[in-house]
Write a protein that binds this ligand. Sequence first.
Ligand SMILES: NC(=O)C1=CN([C@@H]2O[C@H](COP(=O)(O)OP(=O)(O)OC[C@H]3O[C@@H](n4cnc5c(N)ncnc54)[C@H](O)[C@@H]3O)[C@@H](O)[C@H]2O)C=CC1
Ligand SMILES: O=C([O-])CC(=O)C(=O)O
Length: 267
Amino acid sequence: MLKIGIVGCGAIATFISKAIARKKVSNAKVVAYYDKNRHKAEKLSKITNADVCDSIDELVKKDIDLVVEAASIKAVEEVATKALSNNKDVLVMSVGAFVDKELFLKLYNLAKDKGRKIYLPSGAIAGIDAIKSLTFGKIEEVVLKTTKPVEGLKEALKDKGIDADAIKEPTVVFEGDVFDAIKQFPSNINVSVMLSIASEFPAKVIIVADPNAKTNNHEIFVKSSIGTLKVLIENVPCEENPKTSALAAYSAIRIIKDISEPIKIGT
Ligand SMILES: NC(=O)C1=CN([C@@H]2O[C@H](COP(=O)(O)OP(=O)(O)OC[C@H]3O[C@@H](n4cnc5c(N)ncnc54)[C@H](O)[C@@H]3O)[C@@H](O)[C@H]2O)C=CC1
Ligand SMILES: O=C([O-])CC(=O)C(=O)O
C-alpha cells in the first residue's frame, strides 16, 4: 500500500482524495494533509480519514512513501527539499518552479544522494511520452499556444494591469518565452515548463484569453529531426478552480496508480 501525504488541499488534492476514496486507485491511501488554510485540509480529511498536520515538517516525518505537492510554485522548494531529506519520494504539480535551473539541479542532486524519485506528471498536456523520445534527435522548435476562458486568466491579467472584463473577443495576452510566461502567469502555464523540460528546449509560448471558450486548450508543436509533433488538447476546467484542467489532477492520479502497481504502461 502506497502511503501518501498531500501539501496543498485545493482542486487537484480534492480529485486525488476522491479517486483514492472511491478505489479508482486501490493500492494507495492518503495518510496526511497540510494546507496553510487548515480548514481546507480538514475538509479533505473527511473524505479519506487522513490526519491533518500543522506544518510541512510534521507531514514529512509521518510514515509515508510519497509527498504530493499541489500548492504553488513558491511552495515547491520547501516541500520537495523536506520530503527528499526525510527519505520520501515527491510528486510536484507546480512544475513551473523548475524553470529555475539552480533549484532543478539542487533537488535533482538531493534526490540522487537520497536514492529517492521526483515525479513530474504530464499535467494538463498530452504528448510528453513522444516529446521525451524526440530528444534523442535534434529539436529545432517548441511552441505552446494556450487558450483559456477569460475567467481562468483573470487574476494574472489583473496583475498585468489588463482589465479582463474589457476582453470581448479572443485576444493574445502573452507572447514570449517560457521564462517570462511562467513569471507572468504562474498559476496558468506550468505546462509550458513541463513541455520545455521534456523537450530540453525552451518553449515559445502564446496565451489567448477567449471570452467564448469553455475549455482550457493547449496546442503543442515540436519540430525535430525525428519527426514533427502536433497535439491539441481541449480540457474541461475544474469546478473548484477553473484555472486548472481536470486532466492535470488525473495525470497525478495516474502516476500514483503507476507507482502503486506492478505494471507501468507507456514511457
Ligand atoms: N502541472 C500542471 O499541468 C498543472 C499544475 N497546476 C498547479 O498545481 C498547483 C495546485 O493546483 P490547484 O489544486 O488547482 O490549486 P488550488 O489553488 O485549487 O489549491 C492550492 C492549495 O494550496 C494551498 N497552498 C498554497 N500555498 C501553500 C503553501 N505554501 N503551503 C501549504 N498550502 C499552500 C492553498 O491554500 C490551496 O488550498 C498550482 O500551483 C497550480 O498552478 C495546475 C494545473 C496544471
Ligand atoms: O490546467 C491547465 O490547463 C494548465 C495550467 O493551469 C498550468 O499549466 O498551470
